[in-house]
Design a protein around this ligand. Structure first.
Ligand code: DX5
Ligand code: ZN
Length: 216
């Protein structure tokens, strides 16, 4: 049964007031807090790393859902679990073989997530669906917040939902990029379990209400 998990992306928060941003999310109906880590190599942008994540861990009462947009995730996944990640995701197209990296994450006791950019066929995730906790479909190209939702994501979502249901798996589906109150209901209806929303939440006049509206 699909769930409705909102994971606001901290990337869109005011970094001068991270504590305040965490408080807002703590007081909201969001289930998780999404942490976007960029290395300037896998994606052109650089965001933040362990020290920020540790500060956020202290300020946030929500499970931290970490999205690594980095090359060589195998070097860092364990440290992200130590820094407080409850789930660690990395890009399939960033690695040769995701299996040993998934094992590193699992052995540390965290949830696993595999993600793909919009130009990667969704079928490439199918061999791993049994062994991951979540599959993340990017609905914008990873690298920046505030981009426009790519509508082709709907077809990928339909295909993935169908495959997971057909095989009777409990793998969650997350959608990330350009999610807002207008497309969230459709994404949940089509079987997404979790939605990441950055600018839609943090640029809103009332982030708490916006999160609530996404679930309706
Ligand atoms: C994009 C990040 C997303 C992004 C979402 O590289 O992975 O999580 O912060 O931001 P919005 O919701 O603004 O598209
Ligand atoms: Zn993300």
């Amino acid at each position: 049964m699909p769930q409705k998990i909102i994971s606001p992306s901290l990337l869109a928060a005011n970094f001068g007031k991270l504590d305040e941003a965490c408080q807002i999310i703590n007081n909201s109906e969001a289930e998780w807090l999404h942490i976007d880590v960029m290395d300037g190599v896998f994606v052109p942008n650089i965001s933040f790393g362990f020290p920020v994540m540790e500060a956020v861990r202290k300020a946030s009462t929500k499970p931290l859902d970490v999205h690594l947009m980095i090359v060589h995730p195998e070097k860092y996944v364990e440290r992200f679990v130590d820094a407080g990640a409850f789930s660690v995701g990395f890009h399939l197209e960033a690695v040769e073989d995701p299996r040993p990296i998934l094992k590193l994450i699992r052995d540390k006791g965290a949830k696993t997530c595999l993600t793909i950019n919009p130009d990667i066929p969704v079928e490439l995730l199918y061999p791993y669906l049994e062994e991951i906790d979540m599959a993340l479909l990017m609905s914008v190209f990873a690298g920046y917040g505030g981009q426009k939702f790519i509508p082709e994501t709907y077809q990928k979502l339909d295909a993935l939902r169908n495959e997971i249901d057909k095989r009777n798996l409990s793998t969650l589906i997350q959608i990330d990029g350009g999610v807002n109150t207008a497309n969230a209901p459709e994404l949940f209806k089509r079987g997404a379990d979790s939605l990441v929303a950055g600018s839609a939440v943090f640029s809103a006049e009332d982030p708490i209400k916006t999160i609530k509206m996404m679930k309706e």
